[in-house]
Design a protein around this ligand. Sequence first.
Ligand code: KG4
Ligand code: ZN
Length: 395
Amino acid sequence: MTPAPHGTERSPAGDSSERVVLGIESSCDETAASVVVGGRIVLSNIISSQHDLHAEYRGVVPEIASRAHAERITPVVREALTQAGVTLAQIDAVAVSVRPGLIGSLLVGVSAAKALAWSLRRPLVGVDHVQAHLVAGLLARRPAGGGAMDVPSLTDEHAMFPALGLVVSGGHSSIFLMRSPLSITTLGGTRDDAIGEAYDKAAAILGLPYPGGPIVDRLARNGRPDTVKFPISRLEPGSLDFSFSGLKTAMLYHVHGVPTTRGRGGTAAIELNERSIADACASFQAAAVGAVILKLDRALEVCHNARTLFVGGGVSANSLLRSRLQSMATERGLRIVLPSMEFCLDNGAMIAALGHRTLAARGWMSDPFTISASPMSAIAHEVAGSGTLEVPRRP
Ligand code: KG4
Ligand code: ZN
């Protein structure tokens, strides 16, 4: 097939709510592709995780990750199409994660997306991975038997804004002001370790496998959350930033003992057994989740007119965080949008969802095929308390 020069991509025909977007994700250690209709109905969601490849290093090795993406991207896309029951010709647009992430990993997805969009003469759209986590809660599978969808239609979404967004993952712990799914600014971010990274390191200290988040979450259910006094980092008054490195060090000292100073002070290492591990997990989880709630409380003081709280990222699968967020939303009369479990971790469906909204807002015009990947986020920062946060309520 002769490739189409940029600008000759065919705009898809028909109603935007019927359009089919292929979403591709390869920013870290998941190779993922998904077919989504109308920006919200997920027909397939294929995720090939590389956890087994990185487990012995207790973290993601960039070179291993990009090589594995290159091997897996074609079969993953093929499987996404097969499970969705659509052909390449039925794809109306291709969306791909272009930042932030591991550059060698991102480039694999971006190259695959460009090749597909170019050869199909369909629009290409590059999206921000972290921003995409925020719309993961707007995705759903079509109910078996054809009942009503439990997510709002695209046209009803505007009533959910202004909103606050929370992304908690292996690489990010951030709070956003959302004027719409496409217009977001960062109010607070990670100063050091992200929350998921702290979970993974805490698990490693306790001798638990990688990734640690789901295991710590499970073991915490049998532990006592008040047995270890782990710190909750507040930072400066009013700060919406997160810091989890102190919590990670506190876990290290709790397990291996505090180092002595010239023979004085210090504490002994603890014996790791089922009981002590469960207690440490429960206490760690209480502090980690407590820090998130504390910062959201502060954010709501500044953005008191937020109507909705959008949550996303791998740690949004955490059972304690989900229940604390639900209670917080109920108490404050906030609507909460939490992703279903399959859309918490990195996936192509959220990329398709954000890609769909981006394309719909600009008449399905393609990005230039010269777009590239970037390790850095491009989301602007907004300073809480600067007076710029007041978002007027819609009449
Ligand atoms: O969003 P994600 O797949 O990747 C990044 O963009 O970083 O998040 C992965 C992170 C890992 O750190 C993992 O330990 C954490 O999410 N995670 C959890 C849970 N499930 C996954 N952390 C706490 N509780 C969980 N249930
Ligand atoms: Zn992610």
